[in-house]
Ligand binder design. Structure first.
Ligand code: XMP
Length: 321
């Protein structure tokens, strides 16, 4: 599947020309999320307009373990791109207090992102355009371009209507994921970045079901880091397109240190897919699941049970919310 008419090289060349034309010398902001989509957009825009580009990285508090530091290091040190990092964890948690309904979470997060960008843009002076890393499956699943809606992606359907930027530029909106990675490789992004598994804009917020608190998010962040670490130690990261932990918000009875405990459960999900539109669960070795489970339940106090999600997409989506 592809919407491309020519090669990736032609795409890069034409896209850079278009960005230059569309932005017309105006200062441009790029929303950096930590994922490969926005990274490719940032590098494309940087190639097109150089220092006219400022990247904003909002640390929502919904990032994976160490993610903020990795993003800052890559863009500031390797690319010398103007990068502003905003620590917005408290702000997001306050906005989402008591919100448990999945679509409300997505819309609130999407709206808050835009508000932060608008505020930062104002601080920077006159900024005309916003660059976003929307890709084609986001558009399909948000019910645009003649497709049925699955869920509101924070950068498409969740977008508030009163945006203050003069133009929103979505340079890779026709690309599928693999094409985005290919584009990143051609642009010289390091392999550990181009091969990065996708991570949703609302981040761990859509993997932490129910109420979003720092305690629950930290629990999930640790479990997710352990799962990813063991998948990588087993050398399986290239075969599995997406693998992560979920906190379903179910507590159950267990035994810890010889006494009854009532703690959270972690669900693990690992999926193979070509296009992220359909996907199959991975038959992970039981030995690996056992190691991950033992680590999670012994290293994280507050988790006494781990389950593995064996549902394909459809009927399930990759994310739980
Ligand atoms: P689902 O859960 O719809 O996910 O099967 C398909 C792919 O999209 C990612 N995803 C998102 N990406 N903003 C994004 O940029 C979002 O709101 C969002 N929701 C899901 C998901 O991780 C998977 O790779």
């Amino acid at each position: 599947m592809s919407n491309l008419k020519g090669t990736i090289e032609t795409f890069i060349q034409e896209t850079c020309e278009n960005i230059k034309k569309e932005t017309a010398g105006r200062p441009v902001l790029c929303a950096l999320s930590g994922g490969v989509d926005s990274a490719v957009c940032a590098v494309l825009a940087h190639r097109a307009i150089g220092d006219n580009l400022t990247c904003l990285f909002v640390d929502t508090g919904f990032m994976r373990k160490n993610e903020g530091a990795q993003v800052t290091a890559l863009f500031r040190d390797t690319y010398s791109i103007n990068l502003i990092k905003i620590d917005a964890e408290e702000r997001f948690l306050n906005k989402l207090k008591d919100v448990t309904e999945p679509e409300s979470k997505r819309k609130i997060i999407g709206e808050e992102f835009i508000r932060i960008f608008e505020e930062e843009a104002k601080k920077l002076g006159k900024i005309g355009c916003l660059v976003q890393g929307t890709i084609y499956p986001d558009i399909m699943e948000s019910g645009e371009d003649g497709h049925k809606q699955v869920k509101a992606h924070h950068n498409v359907g969740g977008m508030p209507l009163n945006i203050e930027f003069e133009a929103i530029i979505e340079p890779i909106k026709l690309l599928y994921k693999e094409e985005v990675r290919e584009c990143g490789r051609k642009l010289g992004l390091p392999e550990n970045f181009t091969n990065r598994q996708p991570f949703p804009g609302p981040g761990l917020a859509v993997r932490c079901l129910g109420e979003l608190t720092k305690y629950r998010l930290d629990l999930l962040r640790e479990a997710d880091a352990i799962f990813r670490d063991e998948i990588e130690k087993a050398g399986l990261q290239k075969e599995i397109q997406q693998y992560f932990a979920v906190l379903p918000g179910i507590q159950s009875v267990g035994v810890r240190d010889g006494a009854r405990c009532y703690e959270e459960m972690i669900a693990l999900r690992a999926m193979t897919t070509k296009d992220f539109v359909t996907a199959s669960f991975v038959r992970l070795p039981y030995e690996l699941l056992e190691i991950v489970t033992k680590r999670i339940t012994s290293e994280i106090s507050g988790v006494n049970r781990v389950v593995y999600d064996v549902t394909d997409k459809p009927p399930s989506t990759m994310e739980w919310e």
